[in-house]
Design a protein around this ligand. Structure first.
Ligand code: CMC
Length: 429
């Protein structure tokens, strides 16, 4: 492997260091490029730009591989739970029994939010999208912990991490309760992380709520699959905001906003909207495929395609496998699952999707399971946020732990007016 890359520019040669990752990922280090040559690189959408080195998550998009801290996603989805996977991502190793107990206990201990925050919900219209509420409520948490917001103090960060993990879950469930006009259900700390969330979502004070272990298991699996995906749009946002030394809650809130868009986490809601639309049009999947291929039509097949995966997204594979199992356990026959399968089959046989290597991504089948659990469609992206939270935290922490933090600040190629004199209003046409 070469140690340097040669760059020839304006008759001069420059030697740029080459970096090889532990899975053989090759990179050219251009950190001194502008200082030495006066040039910058231009890379719309950052498809060729590495913004950091990281030890958290490995993806091979060509082979469809995803690993957290080296462990294949299939093993974690099958054998781990969300709390353990969160620990793995954030602290770097699987916890031993005592570490896991302590971590779970700390999460339970921090499950309440300040009672005053309950009043915030009353200010939102009942039609407010829960992602809008989530982003602002998470940022508002900063107001309640002014003494532990310093990102460069590991002791303060350690206090904030379980708070963020535990409280985001409570905020999410409360936003649902408020939107349907039911009283909020306080966390029940005798329950595990996912069971506690389901209880806050679906229990009512007037009835006993039975935890369904199948639903808990499905939720554990879905959250694990969403827990990290290296430098995706929201995680890069969390790192960028964090690089200014913004506190953890503010950084995560920015990540939630980035996740909301339909090209990112908002795709899970968009997929279900699309499937419902196809269903109401008589289940015509061919028309959807045709529209997705039409360059004059802005419609895209939601839940299809990925910047990194040029193969079947391994998360989608796992979710699809579980769809039938979970729906049949819950005795649900969902016509949308049938439409999704037919749509996938039609797309994977179509030369447009084959040539562009467009496969189902994590969002294609997840909504079908959320729907079976009773989670409303506008909460799907909130579920994604809940799952992605340990990843955001892990990256934010890694960035600060690595030391030598540099504020994230890309450059640009300016294409605007050259020097132009100001014209007083009276002289303008
Ligand atoms: N339907 C139809 N055509 C598509 C699709 C799609 N879902 N995705 C990509 N293409 C086409 C696109 O039109 C382009 O064609 P051409 O080269 O002829 O202009 C080509 O494939 C490459 O697409 P791109 O937009 O340049 O690729 P990207 O890497 O910038 O975008 C993506 C990736 C995920 C934004 C895109 O595939 C997409 O919009 N998918 C639908 C939204 C979606 O499902 N998002 C969830 C992503 S996975 C979870 C997450 O990260 O949050």
């Amino acid at each position: 492997m070469p140690k340097h890359a040669e760059l020839h520019l304006e008759g001069k040669s420059y030697s740029l260091p080459v970096l090889i990752g532990s899975e053989n990922e090759k990179a050219i280090d251009i950190s001194q490029l502008r200082a030495e040559t006066g040039y910058i690189t231009l890379d719309h959408g950052y498809g060729n730009t590495g913004s950091c080195t990281s030890k958290i998550t490995y993806i091979d998009g060509e082979k469809g591989i995803l690993r957290y801290r080296g462990i294949p996603i299939e093993q974690l989805a099958e054998q781990s739970n969300f709390v353990e996977t969160s620990y793995l991502l954030i602290y770097g190793t699987l916890p031993n029994k005592l570490e896991l107990e302590n971590f779970s206990h700390t999460l339970s201990h921090h499950s309440l939010i300040h009672e005053d925050m309950l009043r915030f919900y009353d200010g939102y219209p009942s039609t407010a999208h829960p992602m809008a509420i989530l982003a602002s409520m998470v940022c508002s948490l900063s107001a309640y912990y002014p003494d532990s917001l310093n990102p460069t103090d590991p002791a303060q960060v350690d206090q904030l991490i379980p708070r963020a993990l535990s409280k985001l879950r409570t905020i999410a469930a409360y936003s649902y309760k408020k939107s349907i006009g039911q009283p909020v259900i306080y966390p029940n700390n005798s329950l595990g992380f996912c069971a506690n969330f389901l209880s806050m979502m679906f229990a009512v004070p007037s009835e006993k709520y039975e935890i369904d272990e199948d639903i808990v298991g499905a939720l554990e699996m879905l959250l694990i699959l969403h827990a990290d995906h290296e430098q995706n749009c929201s995680t890069s946002t969390v790192r960028l905001v964090g690089s200014s030394l913004a506190n953890l809650f503010a950084s995560i809130s920015a990540g939630i906003s980035a996740l909301w868009g339909p090209l990112h986490g908002g795709a899970n809601q968009a997929v279900m909207e699309m499937l419902r639309q196809i269903h109401s049009n008589g289940g015509d999947v061919a028309a959807a495929i045709k529209a997705a291929k039409d360059k004059e039509n802005p419609f895209r097949l939601m839940g299809f395609g990925h910047r990194i995966y040029k193969n079947y997204d391994p998360r989608a594979k796992i979710i699809k496998k579980h769809c039938d199992k979970i729906l049949s356990k819950l005795k649900i026959k969902d016509p949308l699952l049938d439409i999704a399968k037919r749509l996938e089959e039609a797309a994977l046989e179509d030369s447009y999707f084959v040539e562009k290597k467009l496969y189902p991504n994590v969002d294609f089948y997840s909504g079908v399971i959320y729907q079976a659990m009773g989670i409303p469609m506008n909460m799907y992206t909130v579920m994604f946020a809940l799952g992605r939270l340990p990843g955001w935290i892990a990256h934010w922490k890694e960035m600060h732990d690595q030391g030598g933090n540099k504020i994230g600040r890309p450059r640009q190629v300016y294409e605007g007016e050259v020097l132009t004199n100001y014209r007083p209003l009276a002289e303008r046409k």
